[in-house]
Design a protein around this ligand. Structure first.
Ligand code: PEP
Ligand code: MG
Length: 793
């Protein structure tokens, strides 16, 4: 009997559909490949492979799919099975529920797979004749309409994306052509084809559709066109009137310079031969899925990110992917095939008359570059440019490759100040404003941008007096910086004699050098992830030892606080992937991840134990939530020390980043020599506000976070450091020290100014201030209090 495989994003949906079909055709052989687990929506090619094998008894299998990536996953599954089985599988475009019922009945009657697929495809006929008996179901185009484009820039990316989305939803074989220019008909479901119509404001577009719903579909398109394809009011036009507004401060400093975008520098595609279509096509599918995830991430919490609609549609564009597939079948490797297909589509834009529409080829280039980077394992978009980088968001890897000598600042449409990308910008001393809004993405390259990374103010195309004011602010900051730098190598002692160690957070060899140059007393946090991310295999103990010793040398022998691997959450590791988690920030991350990968953890502890025999080292465990974890980690550390030989001055500490760990601080005392409060994560977990979510404005000065810091200082019984971004907030320094913090670990460029802030603190006066601050309602009230009370001297 012909088997049936049902591919759906939802396991619940698939099960319900099968139950319905079983009512009508008991005995049909139906397998499902649906959902990533019981509740998570998604499709998985390997699950489809298993279902195909289970459904086939030699008569073959008919596969029914729901929408979008279900089809891609089914195609990928076909690539993964052997030729024999593949020859017996039919991917059937039938509607899911009606198709399944028809297929089940037909298969149970003993029909062959072609007949089962045909019956399934005709599954809608019964419903059609019932609902619209007078309408024919011929494939001819049954309805026509004409619309006039009223959008100021014509049918450019966003309105075109709206049209395509609607056309896909209506599913009535919609086609469009530009009557004004006499263009050919193109499918309204393909963004790349629609965009090449060159439809300007005032052009007449003809719409036609087929099937019983043809007239309704055309009417809907006419209605959407009348609403100007739901385009929101225009953004400030590139090069037009200056506009000034506020984003969120993310990295202090003044940024002034010409705007530049990253999309203009395509990655180098190596000239490697194809390894066969069954290897190359899955590379395309995987890279497209990865880019979709990246865009989805920007979407989260950013309803305004609809600017990426066009990008998402291109990732799904049958025209583009169809050509890539044909090129791969013709013998090209995946990168060449994708680059070639995208270049052909982008070239179609070059022939358009309107410069604005011609510029939409940029969308194709941007998506193509992103997919190629994902395919080639390149960490991010090219980040070399002069002036102000204007972008949607910035990954830590991209921020790491910015050249501070050339990049005068970063202005992000979205993003969050405590994201790892923002932390990286601060570490590298690059001014940054985040959350500036999508309008900034329309700023033309070369237009002057000025902003203050300490306040979030930014101005596009500023008038001369405005520019002069920003330059004056920059000069003032530079002078303050020079004065602080002159005393940066001296200890930081409060006005009434309390010594505070000012340490550096280090995530690279360059950071270690910057830490020493800026007068850091030690490295209070080495984010060892930098050695583990963006590679295909973990570094062994020897490589780790060599790298850690290099850091120690760059730091001139200052103490190195090596935090063990802190991955999971927003920092995934390719070679030790976590299982799919509904909420990775509450999942297997930090120390939990290390304990779940004991071989990886043992290697790192061995390397640390060996380095501790050569130079002063502290080891620090991240994301601790229970004493049992620390006991387990210490046991493994003891084993490492036994192997490496005794290290006299190896200190052991934990990060306090989870409210539970802060509240239980005293319980950890027997096992640690110090604790360091990671206020970035502590803030996100205390306020239930994800640190990378641009829609939320969690501030580490929230009284709830301050109370937890105070509690840790009172109960830990060991020295307390703070290594989250709050430590570098000059306004926060006096509060943290008043609460009992004795080490502040900050981005290297911030060390001199934080030392000055310590020197301006008078402990005797700050005690009551801290008391008052922890009793206030919110961070804004704390900041207002700090502003109103001058404690200098
Ligand atoms: C923190 O959470 O405050 C911290 C310092 O760790 P990371 O920013 O690396 O998560
Ligand atoms: Mg953290």
């Amino acid at each position: 009997m012909v088997g049936i495989v049902l591919v759906s994003h939802s396991r619940a949906l698939a099960r319900a559909a099968v139950a319905l079909a079983a009512e009508m055709a008991a005995g049909a052989r139906i397998e499902i490949a649906a959902g990533l687990d019981e509740t998570t929506l998604g499709t998985d090619a390997t699950a489809i492979v298993d279902a195909l094998a289970a459904a086939d008894d030699g008569d073959g299998v008919v596969v029914l799919m729901d929408l979008g990536s279900a089809v891609l996953s089914a195609e990928l599954a076909l690539e993964l099975i052997d030729d024999d089985l593949r020859s017996r599988v039919v991917l059937c475009p039938a509607p899911l529920v009606e198709g399944l019922v028809a297929a089940a009945v037909t298969a149970a009657s003993g029909a062959d797979r072609a007949e089962v697929a045909r019956e399934a495809s005709d599954g809608l006929l019964g419903k059609l004749s019932q609902l619209e008996p007078s309408v024919s179901v011929s494939p001819e185009k049954d309805a026509m309409g004409t619309v006039t484009v009223a959008n100021p820039h014509g049918l450019h990316a966003r309105p075109a994306a709206r049209l395509v989305t609607e056309a896909r939803r209506l599913d009535a074989g919609l086609e469009v052509r530009n009557r004004t220019t006499g263009s050919a008909w193109v499918p309204a479901t393909s963004l790349s084809r629609v965009a090449t119509l060159g439809a300007l404001r005032g052009h007449e577009i003809e719409v036609r559709a087929s099937g019983p719903r043809a007239q309704a579909a055309v009417d809907e398109i006419v209605a959407v066109a009348a609403r100007k394809f739901d385009e929101t009011p225009d953004v400030p036009h590139p090069g037009g009137e200056p506009f000034a507004t506020g984003g969120r401060p993310a990295s202090a400093g003044i940024g002034i310079g010409p705007a530049w975008r990253r999309a203009s520098t395509p990655p180098d595609v190596p000239d490697t031969p194809s390894r066969g279509a069954d290897v190359e096509w899955p590379r395309v599918v995987g890279a497209v899925a990865a880019v979709r995830r990246e865009i989805d991430k920007i979407w989260e919490g950013n309803p305004e990110a609809s600017i990426f609609d066009a990008h998402l549609l291109l990732l799904d564009d049958a025209e583009l992917l169809g050509e890539v597939r044909r090129r791969i079948d013709g013998g090209q490797a995946a990168p060449q095939a994708f680059q070639g297909a995208a270049a052909r589509i982008a070239a179609a834009f070059d022939t358009l008359d309107d410069p604005y529409l011609r510029g939409r080829g940029d969308d194709v280039h941007a998506v193509s570059d992103q997919v190629l980077r994902a395919m080639l394992g390149l960490s991010g978009a090219e980040t070399a440019g002069d002036g102000i980088l204007v972008a949607a968001d910035l990954t830590p890897a991209e921020a790491a490759t910015l050249d501070p000598a050339r990049v005068k600042g970063v202005l992000l449409a979205f993003g969050s100040p405590t994201s790892h990308g923002a932390i990286m910008a601060r570490t590298r001393g690059i001014p940054m404003v985040v959350g500036a809004g999508p309008a900034v993405l329309s700023v033309s390259p070369g237009i002057t941008v000025a902003f203050d990374g300490g306040t979030g103010e930014f101005v596009i195309a500023p008038a001369e007096p405005v520019l002069a004011a920003f330059r004056e602010r920059a000069a003032g900051l530079a002078e303050r910086g020079r004065q602080a730098a002159a005393r940066a190598h001296r200890p930081a002692v409060t006005a009434d004699g309390v010594a505070i160690a000012v340490a550096a957070n280090v995530g690279s060899l360059a950071d270690a050098r910057a830490a020493a140059d800026n007068g850091a007393d030690l490295a209070g946090l080495v984010r060892t992830e930098f050695l583990f991310l963006d590679r295909d295999a973990a570094p062994g103990p020897d490589e780790q030892v060599a790298t850690y010793l290099e850091l120690a040398e760059a730091l001139g022998g200052r103490r190195l606080t090596l935090r063990t691997l802190d991955v999971g959450g927003d920092k995934p590791l390719r070679y030790a992937p976590a299982a799919h988690e509904q909420n990775p920030f509450l999942g297997v991350r930090g120390l939990r991840h290390s304990l779940a990968h004991p071989a990886l953890f043992a290697d790192q502890l061995l390397a640390i134990a060996r380095v501790a025999r050569e130079t002063p080292v502290s080891v620090m465990f991240p994301m601790v939530s229970s004493v049992a974890e620390v006991v387990a980690a210490r046991r493994m550390l003891d084993d490492a020390v036994a192997k490496a030989g005794p290290a006299e001055d190896l200190r052991v500490g934990i990060m306090i980043e989870v409210p539970a760990a802060a509240l239980k601080a005293a319980a950890f005392t027997p096992y640690v020599d110090f604790v360091s409060v990671g206020t970035n994560d502590l803030t996100q977990y205390t306020l239930a506000a994800e640190r990378g979510n641009a829609a939320l404005t969690a501030d580490g000065l929230d009284p709830a976070v301050l109370q937890l810091v105070g509690l840790v200082c009172a109960r830990a019984g060991v020295p307390v450091a703070v290594c989250g971004e709050l430590a570098a907030d000059e306004a926060a320094v006096r509060l943290l020290t008043a609460l009992g913090v004795r080490e502040l670990s900050v981005a290297p460029p911030a060390v001199p100014l934080v030392k000055d802030a310590v020197r301006a603190t008078h402990m005797n006066l700050t005690g009551s201030l801290a008391q008052r601050a922890t009793g206030l309602a919110d961070a804004a009230a704390v900041r207002a209090l700090l502003k109103s009370v001058s404690l200098a001297g």
